[in-house]
Design a protein around this ligand. Structure first.
Ligand code: NAD
Ligand code: TYD
Length: 348
């Protein structure tokens, strides 16, 4: 299998590269990434030498028509997995322009190239989407693949637009397009602007833990490597034109997650300053979706996928990774990230 994988230097993309090169000795990958603030080539440096021989990294933009065209001409790809995106809701609230450029137009550019180089002949195109395209849930119910799309912030609106476009390429041109919509991922290599790594970093530095609003918003947490297995299964065996929800069966309130992080961190470090006294409730995120929950019946019954990592195990593994990689965290927190942090959190 020869794949073009975009966004490989980000959180889920890098985990997917490790997953696929470890589990499929025949896999060869070309990884395309613009190396934005969220993309770090360092995330791929732990690849063993043997896997490195089957992986080629290209620094570039999914919007670059000439570059994408050249990659498709040079390589006979069997498939494309598009992880590349602007992915942080709070940044989209600050300025959504780049979200539309990357998430919508970038996806369109990749779809166009895939169409020119193999529509109908099997270049499978997997668009990585999110449960956020369905909007928010009340206290009960779950998102199925039939739930109408109702995105409520500029990030999820851009992802929903890309989903519509990807499915339109399937219906219009017969391209074997597939979509996965997953819940909140957690695990190694996640940029410390997202809830779990941000709280770990702040707690270790004895800095306030900024919980938005009452902290009772619910997310379904999925261990990243379980998600990577789902992506591989859908790519290989999913039915073209179909959407597959991917969830962790693990709904938790944000405050529960933060308290769990604090208790494991205190236990691991023995540091008495790490405690619930660090929690600060701050002004809520505008348009903050209250609850997401995934019904993953389709991927379970059609493809036999289930999440394997219980939250208690995944969260301890994640914390241990961040404790062992404190230098990584500090290196990826660039000047640009510090500017965003100051702007997003000051005065709230
Ligand atoms: P991330 O922000 O950690 O990584 C995104 C990667 O894309 C980075 O390496 C970045 O450099 C790259 N990139 C951005 N713009 C690019 C461009 N124009 N051209 C090429 N590369 C570009 O994101 P992530 O958390 O790994 O998310 C990956 C995908 O999964 C995204 O499509 C996101 O919408 C989706 N998703 C993520 C989650 C989650 O919990 N993290 C949940 C649901 C869906
Ligand atoms: P996040 O990791 O940004 O993912 P998403 O918004 O895509 O779900 O946030 C997860 C939850 O945590 C969400 O309800 C917002 C909340 N949150 C905070 O309370 N404080 C924070 O500093 C951040 C980044 C998120």
């Amino acid at each position: 299998m020869k794949l073009l994988v975009t966004g490989v230097a980000g959180f889920i993309g890098s985990n997917f590269v490790y997953h696929l090169l470890e589990t499929d000795p025949g896999a060869r990958l070309v990884g395309l990434d613009k190396l934005t603030y969220a993309g770090n080539y360092e995330n791929l440096e732990a690849l063993p030498a043997e896997a490195r021989e089957r992986f080629r990294f290209v620094k570039g933009d999914i919007n670059d028509r000439a570059l994408v065209e050249r990659l498709f001409s040079e390589h006979a790809f069997d498939g494309v997995v598009n992880f590349a995106a602007e992915s942080h809701v709070d940044r989209a609230i600050e300025d959504s322009q780049i979200f539309l450029e990357t998430n919508v137009l970038g996806t369109q550019n990749l779809l166009d190239a895939a169409r020119r180089h193999g529509a109908g002949t099997g270049v499978r195109f997997l668009q990585i989407s999110t449960d956020e395209v369905y909007g928010e849930l009340g206290p009960s119910g779950m998102f199925t693949e039939e739930t109408p799309l109702a995105p409520r912030n500029p990030y999820s609106a851009s992802k929903a637009a890309a989903d519509h476009l990807a499915l339109a390429f399937h219906h219009t041109y017969g391209m074997p397009v597939l979509i996965t919509r997953c819940s909140n991922n957690y695990g190694p290599y996640q940029f410390p602007e997202k809830l779990i790594p941000l709280m770990i970093r702040n707690a270790l530095r004895h800095e306030p833990l900024p919980v938005y609003g009452d902290g009772k918003h619910v997310r379904d947490w999925l261990y990243v490597r379980d998600h990577c297995r789902a992506v591989e299964m859908v790519l290989r065996s999913g039915t073209p034109g179909r959407v597959y929800n991917v969830g962790g069966n693990n709904e938790r309130e944000n405050l529960f997650v933060v308290r769990k992080l604090l208790s494991v961190l205190r236990e691991r470090t023995g540091d008495p300053e790490i405690g619930e006294g660090l929690i600060r409730h701050i002004e809520d995120r505008p348009g903050h979706d209250r609850r997401y929950a995934i019904d993953a019946t389709r991927i379970r019954t059609e493809l036999g996928w289930e999440p394997e990592t219980p939250f208690e195990v995944g969260i301890e593994r994640t914390i241990d990774w961040y404790l062992a990689h404190r230098d990584w965290t500090e290196r990826v927190v660039s000047g640009e990230y510090l500017r965003f942090y100051e702007q997003n959190y000051s005065g709230r």
